[in-house]
Design a protein around this ligand. Structure first.
Ligand SMILES: Cc1cc2nc3c(=O)[nH]c(=O)nc-3n(C[C@H](O)[C@H](O)[C@H](O)COP(=O)(O)O)c2cc1C
Length: 413
């Protein structure tokens, strides 16, 4: 929760990127243009035995320009090697780069693309988060690192690329350029959708450092997938930041457990219920804000005395404060992906559904709700003070629910 709170603060601090002189940029140490382009010089990996090919972009960042607004989007999307100067780009429905490409194509125009295959972690995190569809993630990268992101002017196109990247490809997706791609072992722990058509990027130029690092993100069940932990912390902070921006009061914390399909499948919000309808409002918004809308299937609200990152506490709240017949709502036909294994046959994808679970004390009777058993604060503090003296290892656990006030003596007799 500390990490989530700190990252949320950073998401509130934007800083626009700057264009620098490309001559000094580390990424410009080596170049390949035109016929010399060969993406197979990099050790793209086959992640899973059943993958349809070698993947060069998984922990990456892809830049495209909005054809109307002109702003630059940054997204993290998988890329499969299709040839010396060709890579497939898989984009789920509603992803910003997909919306850009579709609008260029509707005008019979190509879409310029910059692919960053060796990427700064801050850029990777920003690329994988859902921001509003009219915002550029580049500002948020500056906010996360505390310095403006440095970009070089494009050499084979008009989209700039990061000066401190390890490996960058400039290219173009021409109208109707598509090729069979996948399957790929995905964040769900399944091979996503069967092999199907995906956008085909023609690589026009490569720029890379000496001894460049190619960044990969293995998609797998948690905890084998460490990217999930990074992503779920960032996703929770983004949803909390979105709720703050909407002016929703009383949010005590947000958590996305990495075991729930890399953090995408579950959102838990802890709140102090301040008015009738507050918890249902938080559930509806958390399920649909830019940072939380895609894929999420389970959205759970808990009271402020429940740490959303403590699954013991969350399960306790679900088992004692949620009355399923009254407290679960469903949203249907929601934003999802071709990668969701529960939607069958695969041709019928990509619609999803969401369960909104209110595991807060019933607001109507909150004053009469049974009193919870809690450790007294004075007892907790005295034990915590003597923690190592008493022979306990590490730091004392932090408890979200403590009883204030002195011990109530039972009435005499
Ligand atoms: C490691 C990783 C790989 C991802 N791969 C893909 C992908 O191949 N295609 C896709 O549509 N989204 C993928 N995503 C999800 C997107 O990065 C995420 O939804 C992000 O918000 C997309 O950016 P956008 O909102 O600007 O479209 C991936 C996320 C992570 C963390």
């Amino acid at each position: 929760m500390d990490l989530i709170t700190r990252f949320k603060t950073k998401l509130g601090q934007g800083m626009p990127p700057v264009i620098v002189d490309g001559a000094d940029a580390p990424v410009n140490a080596n170049h390949r243009f035109g016929d010399d382009v060969d993406v197979t010089i990099f050790p793209a990996a086959r992640h899973w035995a059943g993958d349809g090919g070698r993947y060069i972009g998984t922990g990456d960042a892809i830049l495209t320009r909005d054809p109307d607004g002109g702003w630059l989007n940054v997204g993290c999307y998988r890329q499969m090697v299709q040839g010396k100067n060709q890579v497939g780009l898989y984009l789920s429905p509603g992803k910003d780069a997909r919306l850009h490409i579709e609008r260029y194509w509707s005008r019979n125009e190509p879409c310029e693309v910059v692919a960053v295959w060796g990427v700064d972690p801050a850029m990777f995190v920003a690329a994988s988060l859902g921001f509003g569809k009219t915002l550029s993630e580049l500002e948020f990268i500056g906010g996360i690192t505390g310095r403006p992101m440095e970009l070089c002017k494009g050499q084979a196109g008009s989209v700039p690329y990061p000066a401190h990247a390890e490996i960058v490809a400039e290219g173009v997706i021409r109208p109707d350029a598509m090729k069979l791609e996948g399957p790929f072992g995905e964040f769900t722990g399944y091979y996503g959708r069967p092999e199907d058509m995906a956008f085909l990027m023609e690589v026009k130029a490569l720029h890379f450092r000496d001894k460049p690092i190619l960044t990969h993100a293995l998609m797998a069940d948690y905890p084998a997938n460490e990217t999930s932990l990074l992503y779920s912390i960032a996703r929770a902070a983004k949803i909390w930041n979105d709720l703050d921006k909407l002016g929703v009061p009383g949010i005590r914390g947000v958590y996305c457990h990495p075991a729930a399909a890399g953090g995408w499948g579950l959102t838990i919000v802890s709140l102090e219920q301040r008015y009738a309808g507050h918890a249902p409002q938080v559930l509806a918004l958390a399920s649909q804000v830019p940072g939380g809308a895609y894929y999420a299937k389970w959205i759970i609200a808990v009271d402020e005395d429940v740490d959303p990152s403590n699954m013991n506490q969350v399960l306790w709240a679900m088992a004692t404060r949620c009355n399923p017949a009254e407290d679960i709502d469903l949203l249907r036909q929601t934003w999802s992906t071709w990668l969701d294994p529960t939607q069958n046959p695969p041709e019928e994808r990509p619609y999803g559904s969401k369960a909104l679970i209110n595991a807060c004390m019933e607001h109507r009777y909150i004053k009469q709700f049974s009193k919870r058993t809690k450790v007294r604060r004075s007892v907790y503090e005295s034990v915590a003070r003597r923690w190592s003296q008493l022979g306990f290892p590490g730091a004392p656990p932090r408890l979200w629910a403590l009883e204030d006030g002195e011990r109530q003596e039972p009435p005499a007799g």
